[in-house]
Ligand binder design. Structure first.
Ligand code: NOJ
Ligand code: CA
Length: 695
């Protein structure tokens, strides 16, 4: 008993010596304290209620004393920061970065080594990172494990995908934290490269909801030169521990001082819309590193793509087996398979379509040799039926650019060696954007898609591209953490389960009601929406897959899934079939002045209104889960002095994603800021509205 009392007294003393910092509006409180053994801990409260209970911090290091205890506080500094910055592109034209900071300098008594923990407290949560100053005793070290914990206060509801070192292309599971272990196996569906690491491992951004209505989001910001973090749940204690992606030796980070880790982020609100509206992740990233950004621009594009994804045509030129190294193969002597999508006539057809309907670019996949072997691409040699110069000239003559494609087949080392030549070739022919991809296990062998080396590779490609004034949209790369603020030529990423899966058996209908809370927190996603022919067998009779979405919801995704790079992913002939609905895709902007989050509940529905960056027009989108959703929208966000014509693209009364996905209505009505709209999204449906100013 006396022991317990003594322990309690010591704990009390420690907490009395705690350092605190609150958010600008006072609602979020961060507390830092050292335990009796000198271990750093933090805790987060929101409106005087615990969000993260006292949680351990630090690192286990290889071969030297760990950074986890024996610390004393050398000094603490508090500062306030308030600045508004203008992103090159975004959900809004001005972003406020307003936080209170607490920086705690620690010294380890035994070793004399120093570590600084920097906390930034925002109205919507907290970011913190570890900083290792240059010091004689610590020039270089190796991380065995990050010990940062996130101690939950209960068995929350969560929307999670399985933790994995190689893929993020999983469907979400909604469950209690305590159910993760039993549901984990089922959540790990097949992928070209995958390495799940623990039965309670999950990925960030992780979205959760407490029983008393708090929304909590865990992620990281500014992932640079460090392994990507997943979370591992101790489901007895309901404590998550940071779980870094290992290198081929099993180590979790080679660190050269001075060094700052990525930020660990905890977002919290009692209103889910605030999580969508938060710019905490972007704000924790460094300002733009590029002096000249005039060459960076949003892109709306079509592509020779869905036809390959659905299996109607092929990336490869021939079905012949190629045993020779690629540079020895004379493709002109091979028998074409007759189904090669990237052929001159077909690409011209897409260029004509793009020009007719006002798109900026045409992506062409399968233009380059190597798809037969899925190995050792050179990224510069085109197939004989793809005339690189003539097609680019033709596109340019119509005001269109082609978009380059670099599938690396996971051979990131090969890509790094060839990247400079590949980018130079793009400049020669007038490309300014590249979609890259990392399907399959990574080489150098043993590296995982989210290891420190791989994270470095993706950023290297972005920085090199910037030198050539090229924009990058990387698929299967590490999940974004707001780096697009620093490198806005990173205009797209996939890093989640995209629309392609609607042709591979489908994704759950609630998928797009979760992604904005999770994957999109780190930056835009090249989700490739716009599949109006949702029943894939009409595109390719051999493919019986179907999108778990109504046609109207496909339109809404251009508003709800923010990206400066938006694809109209369906085939030209499918758009001609639904020409009146296609009009919304033609009209909707991809860059915004302002965004208003009208309704949001993860897993159920999201309704967003956005104002065009270059006009006074507004657009609204709603995406709903398998139960559908009824909205009563107040249009009070509209300019009070203006009248608008609303064009409403909605699910027909008898529509639903399973049995009648393509039944839609298009109606028009005049509205003002005083108007209210009653709308209904069908099961698995949604709606899209264009609000054009009337003159
Ligand atoms: C996977 C990408 O996500 C997809 O968009 C692309 O078409 C294929 N890889 C082939 O590169
Ligand atoms: Ca993919």
């Amino acid at each position: 008993m006396r022991k317990i009392l003594l322990f309690a007294a010591i704990t009390m003393v420690q907490w009395l010596m705690a350092q605190q910092q609150q958010s600008p509006n006072g609602e979020v409180m961060l507390t830092f304290a050292l335990t009796a053994e000198g271990a750093p801990t933090y805790r987060v409260d929101y409106k005087h209620k615990p969000v993260i209970k006292e949680s351990r911090m630090g690192f286990a290091l290889k071969n030297i004393e760990s950074f986890d205890r024996g610390f004393t506080v050398v000094d603490t500094k508090t500062t306030t920061f308030d600045e508004t910055w203008q992103p090159v592109w975004g959900e809004e034209s001005h972003i406020r970065n307003h936080y209170n900071e607490l920086a705690v300098r620690l010294r380890q008594k035994n070793t004399g080594r120093e570590m600084l923990i920097r906390f930034r407290v925002y109205d919507e949560g907290v970011g913190f990172r570890y900083e290792f100053p240059r010091q004689a005793e610590l020039k270089y070290f190796v991380i065995k494990e990050e010990l940062t914990e996130f101690a939950m206060t209960g068995d929350y509801k969560a929307w999670w995908i399985a933790g994995d070192y190689d893929t993020q292309e999983y469907d979400y599971t909604e469950s209690r934290l305590s159910q993760i272990r039993t549901l984990h196996d089922k959540a790990v569906t097949p992928n070209a490269s995958q390495t799940p690491f623990s039965p309670t491992g999950v990925q960030t951004a992780l979205m959760m909801k407490t029983d008393n209505g708090l929304y909590i989001n865990l992620h990281e910001a500014a992932l640079v030169d460090f392994p990507c973090m997943s979370l591992n749940l101790d489901d007895k204690k309901m404590v998550f521990q940071a779980w870094l992606t290992p290198d081929p030796r099993g180590d979790k980070g080679d660190i050269h001082t001075p060094f700052s880790t990525p930020w660990r982020t905890v977002m919290v609100s009692d209103d889910a819309r605030n999580i969508l509206a938060s710019r905490l992740i972007l704000n924790l990233n460094e300002p733009c590193a590029l002096k000249d950004t005039s060459w960076i621009h949003p892109i709306k594009y079509v592509g020779v793509w869905w036809e390959m994804i659905t299996g109607k045509s092929t990336w490869a030129y021939t079905d012949e087996l190629l045993l020779e190294p690629l540079n020895k193969v004379d493709y002109t002597k091979l028998k074409p398979n007759g189904r090669h999508g990237a052929n001159n006539d077909n690409v011209r057809r897409y260029i004509d379509f793009a020009a007719k309907h006002g798109f900026d670019q045409v992506l062409v996949e399968g233009w380059n040799i190597g798809w037969e072997n899925w190995h050792d691409y050179d990224f510069v040699t085109s197939y004989p039926d793809f005339d690189l110069k003539a097609l680019n000239d033709y596109a340019h003559s119509k005001g269109i650019k082609l978009m380059m494609h670099h599938e690396t087949s996971g051979e990131a080392g090969n890509y790094e060696r060839r990247l400079s030549d590949a980018y130079k070739l793009m400049k020669v022919y007038g490309y300014d954007a590249v979609k890259s991809g990392y399907v399959g296990d990574l080489t150098p062998r043993g590296e995982y898609h989210y290891s420190q080396w791989a994270v470095g590779h993706y950023l290297y490609a972005i920085k090199e591209a910037a030198k050539h004034h090229l924009m990058v949209n990387a698929h299967e790369a590490v999940r974004p953490t707001g780096l697009c603020r620093t490198y806005p030529n990173l205009i797209g990423n996939e890093a989640a389960r995209g629309t392609e899966f609607e042709a591979f058996g489908g994704s759950k209908p609630f998928h797009t009601t979760i992604l904005p809370f999770t994957r999109l927190q780190g930056g835009p996603m090249d989700y490739t929406p716009g599949i109006l022919e949702t029943q894939v067998w009409y595109t390719n009779p051999d493919n019986k897959s179907w999108a778990r979405s109504t046609l109207a919801k496909q339109l809404a995704l251009y508003v709800t899934m923010y990206s400066p790079l938006q694809m109209a992913a369906d085939l030209p002939e499918n758009y001609e079939k639904f020409a009146d609905a296609f009009q919304f895709i033609k009209d909707v902007p991809v860059d915004w002045q302002k965004s208003v989050y009208l309704e949001a509940e993860p897993g159920q529905y999201i309704t967003i209104a956005r104002k065009d960056k270059h006009s006074d027009d507004w657009y609204i989108g709603n995406t709903s889960n398998e139960n559908g959703h009824s909205s009563q929208l107040s249009l009070s966000f509209l300019d009070k002095s203006k009248k608008y014509e609303a064009t409403i693209y909605a699910d027909a009364a008898n529509a639903d994603y399973e049995h009648n996905p393509k039944a839609y209505t298009i109606t028009k009505q005049k509205v003002t800021s005083k108007s209210k709209l009653k709308l209904r999204a069908a099961k698995g449906g949604g709606y899209a509205i264009a609000l054009r100013v009337m003159r």
